[in-house]
Design a protein around this ligand. Structure first.
Ligand SMILES: C[S@@+](CC[C@H](N)C(=O)[O-])C[C@H]1O[C@@H](n2cnc3c(N)ncnc32)[C@H](O)[C@@H]1O
Length: 248
């Protein structure tokens, strides 16, 4: 039996390695210069509620969470020592609402001002739906909770209906090559490529992911799902110019 398991492990490793490829390094500075509201706030953070994140997440935050000047609704799963909730509140418009959820009761102490903390599990879809109904729709959701793949999937499915138009759902700490939640998000991204042509007019019918999701991004340990400002009812192409050669 053990021999068989060993063989399976060996086979899995060989299959996995088949998918591994290396990229030639790109010349350039080894440290990406960081600038933006998050790195600026972190550079003078000093004392206060503890915050702990992979540095490259801040680079993404700085580059991609740019529209912070209007009031936003933000939900962060995983409060821990309250640091990231407080960072959000220092950066975003003062009329923004920041909600943190955690299973740990003492996290309530980080509520105050425009920060609300609710206690419950991200694996409990009824709890999440109540949160969505009470505080949504959300412009930004960050899942920095248990980091358990099954929980991440439950949360994404429960909270998607509470995304605001143009909002982003950012999942942190997706670790491991065989991560099943990564597989779930890849599956969503694959649905963006589904093509169901209406040949008469050369338009494409959309599935529900294409209708609501504009982009899925992956980075080291994270994924970001961007929602459309308006549902896309069909995918269309167009032609310009009048000089065409025939296809061979
Ligand atoms: C990585 S920490 C959060 C860090 C925080 N977002 C920050 O950046 O400073 C993870 C938190 O998730 C909480 N947590 C663990 N399992 C959870 C669950 N099932 N539902 C909600 N929160 C959970 C833990 O209690 C912990 O406080």
């Amino acid at each position: 039996m053990i021999k068989k398991l060993g063989d399976i492990a060996k086979w899995l490793r060989s299959v996995n390695n088949g998918y591994r490829f290396t990229l030639e390094p790109i010349d350039g500075p080894s440290k990406q210069p960081i600038s933006g509201p998050f790195s600026a706030a972190l550079s003078k953070y000093g004392t206060g509620p503890g915050v702990h994140k992979w540095l490259h997440y801040w680079v993404f935050y700085d580059q991609r969470f740019a529209a912070l000047e209007r009031p936003l609704r933000i939900l962060e799963i995983g409060v821990q020592s309250g640091g990231s909730l407080h960072l959000w509140s220092r950066i975003v418009h003062p009329d923004s609402q920041i909600v943190g959820i955690d299973i740990n009761e003492p996290c309530r102490r980080y509520a105050g001002g425009n920060i609300t903390v609710e206690i419950g599990s991200q694996a409990d879809s009824d709890f999440l739906k109540d949160i969505g109904a009470k505080y949504g729709p959300f412009d930004i959701i960050v899942d920095d909770g248990s980091h358990i793949a099954e929980h991440q999937e439950i949360s994404l499915c429960a909270l998607t209906p509470f995304m605001a138009p143009g909002g982003v759902y950012f999942i942190e700490d997706i670790h491991g090559r065989g991560n099943t939640f990564a597989g779930f998000v890849y599956g969503l991204a694959m649905q963006l490529n589904e093509m169901s042509l209406d040949t008469d007019v050369f338009d494409c019918h959309v599935n529900s992911v294409q209708r609501h999701v504009s982009t899925v991004e992956f980075g080291a340990f994270f994924a970001a799902i961007w929602f459309r400002n308006h549902p896309m009812e069909k995918l269309q192409s167009s032609k310009w110019g009048d000089d065409w050669i025939p296809y061979t």
